[in-house]
Design a binder for this molecule. Structure first.
Ligand code: NAD
Length: 342
């Protein structure tokens, strides 16, 4: 991890280091130092919103293994005259060590476990040991069991509190600051966490104790995975029977089949203006992310002993669609293209 940053360092060091140095003061009872790890499609935009909304006395220490993302973030925030000061951390631990609050937005369970194994590794500075109230908010979509094991590691070593806050709203929501967060945290922490999430989103739904945010998120995305394929099949069926695509879409959307994939993300070109289907399925929610979330939901279902009849077949459909060159890497509604030629 360090090596990526080091390779880029001679070129970007001036931009990366202490991008907006301002006076840093910790007021009593107020969070002043923030860590942000994972500046990908979601995290980058979330961190931009957070930086903009924090007071100028605060500092945001960012880290990503991708030096290009760090450089871009540093350069884009350099010119800003408002919001928190930005510092580029040299690794995850460096981003989190002195931060009262650290937000992680990482791809998969292995990345979250890896980052936290570095953050929690002894020896710890006295400041960390003395601050069991450090807050970690993990916004990654991972399985609840992995999330609970990371939370357990944080709590048992008394290095802080770990909560899960996966989100929905996609890259558009992350950019606009309109995400919905599904929060898994004890009741007594809500007053501290919610205002933080609302700097990056519009809603924070408290789902229950730690891990419950992810359970809510995965239940929703399980339904979405199935609804998307069912919508593509129903549209294909109606069109093959001779119905006009737009007429069928309108019919479904005022009838009992209505769902998000039929109404907002209709998989057939021309039915919903601005949907990914109208731009060759570019942008939107990637096929591989849908497949990943479906897999996580099925794993969590197995652990809970919940019977799923449709999940395995849906997983096969997404995997088969991903094999096709003109479907791979596109919005998950591209399964319609796969179905029409299968
Ligand atoms: P992404 O792959 O674009 O970004 C992940 C970032 O994490 C990358 O920049 C990567 O370099 C960085 N990273 C990986 N390992 C790291 C490490 N060890 N240390 C530091 N940085 C590391 O993914 P994304 O689309 O931003 O999604 C992030 C999470 O949010 C995922 O769990 C995803 O399922 C979830 N999510 C995504 C969307 C979406 O529309 N993209 C919507 C809702 C939820």
């Amino acid at each position: 991890m360090r090596s990526n940053v080091r390779i880029a360092a001679p070129v970007v060091r001036s931009a990366l280091q202490y991008v907006q140095r301002r006076n840093f003061s910790v007021s009593q009872g107020r969070q002043a130092q923030w860590g942000f790890i994972g500046l990908g499609q979601m995290g980058y935009n979330m961190a931009r919103n957070l930086q903009a909304k924090l007071p100028s006395s605060d500092t945001l220490r960012v880290y990503d293994i991708n030096a290009e993302s760090l450089e871009r973030f540093a350069n884009e925030t350099k010119a800003l005259s408002s919001g928190a000061a930005v510092e580029v951390a040299t690794n995850s631990r460096d981003a989190a060590e002195n931060s009262e609050t650290t937000i992680t937005v990482l791809p998969e369970p292995s990345h979250v476990k890896n980052v936290f194994s570095q953050i929690l590794k002894p020896p710890l500075s006295e400041k960390v040991v003395a601050n069991p109230e450090r807050l970690f908010i993990d916004c990654s979509t991972i399985d609840p069991a992995s999330s609970r094991s990371v939370a357990n590691a944080v709590h048992t070593t008394q290095q802080g509190r770990f909560v899960d806050a996966p989100m929905s709203g996609g890259v558009v929501g992350a950019t606009a600051g309109t995400l919905t967060f599904m929060l898994g945290a004890p009741d007594h922490m809500l007053a501290r966490i919610e205002p933080i999430l609302l700097m990056m989103g519009k809603k924070a739904l408290h789902c229950g104790p730690q891990g419950a945010g992810l359970s809510g998120k995965l239940a929703n995305n399980y339904l979405l995975a199935i609804n998307n394929i069912a919508t593509a099949e129903a549209m294909n069926l109606g069109i093959k029977w001779g119905l006009d695509a737009k007429t069928l879409g309108n019919l479904i959307n005022i009838s009992t089949g209505k769902c998000w994939p039929s109404e907002i993300n209709n998989p057939v070109q021309g039915v919903v203006e601005g949907a990914p289907a109208s731009r060759d399925y570019s942008g939107g929610f990637g096929l591989s992310l849908m497949k990943k979330d479906l897999g996580l939901a099925m794993l969590a279902a197995e652990e809970a002993g919940a019977r799923l009849e449709l999940g395995a077949r849906a997983g096969e459909v997404y995997a088969a669609a991903e094999q096709q060159d003109d479907c791979k890497g596109r919005d998950f509604s591209v399964v319609y293209r796969y179905l029409t030629r299968a």
